[in-house]
Design a protein around this ligand. Sequence first.
Ligand code: GAL
Length: 344
Amino acid sequence: MEITRTLFGHTAAGEAVDRFTLTDGAVSASILTLGGVIQSLVVPDKDGAPVDVALGFDCVAAYEAQDCYIGALIGRCANRIAGGRFTLSGRTYQLALNDRGLCHLHGGETGFNLRVWSPSLSANGLTLRYHSPDGEEGYPGALDAAVTYRLEHGALTLEYHATSTQDTLCNLSNHVYFNLAGHASGTVGAQRLRVYASRYTPIGDTGTATGEIAPVIGTKLDLQQAAALGDAWDDPQLANAGGYDHNYMIDGFGQRTFAEAYCPENGIQLTVISDLPAMQLYTGNFLHDKLPTGKGGAVYGRRHGFCLETQFPPNAPGCPAFPQPVLHAGAAYHSRTTYALGTP
Ligand code: GAL
């Protein structure tokens, strides 16, 4: 793996943002110190032509202006918490209600996606670090997060570490939008997806998990056999989310395959491997035409990308049956997610 570094630009507050490009043969991944964004992910298609499969922007201002978390790390706690309220170790905390005033979403008003992280290079790859002070966005404890990016054999691995000075919530994820036909190629409806989950967590009217864990079988959420994303995304069963925007409880434990996506047009396949309990499948239903212009002049719109967000299940603090993303003071949070790309 080769790594190069260039200055990408400056935030509105004047902080420098660097872009690191990891190269392994014909595959490359560019990572920004702003939000740990995966700014590009280039992989050869079945004919050897390079395809950039990650949505992104060419300048820092666009990343700061967008409201769709494109490419970014998500923290301290990915996904929705109903009412933004949770009780931990006997104390109740109120987090920012940055999702329609109803829920806490993806870490709050200024989540990890908008922070500038400190980079360092080692034999392991690129490590980005962020110190989140005690009380930031309402969360207890000062939290030190580190994410290491490594590119090997066409696979990009993100290894997450964190420690906290007090008991807190920690549910780190990444919000890269994939479009396997190429980031500028329109809707992803023809791309096929298989999800290794026999159960999911139903959502209520505000898009938050109700606490139930239900079988996918017999529902339009059943992707145990691969199906085109567009086959069911307009089905009335998915109407309350505007398409796929659901959390799957992935079968099994430990490092295992979560999902496989495939683009029949160019033969590119993406395999997601992780050790977490769950994954949000989101088909970019809220991507909109007022987003800043994308890379190379691309225009992004509704459903032009899909996210496979490995995570603890959403709204866990209010759902006792779910695995809980609690990080105790002095303990170590560790998880690993791999996005493997190739043409089988
Ligand atoms: C997803 C979430 C969607 C939406 C999106 C950001 O992770 O599931 O409902 O909030 O992030 O636009």
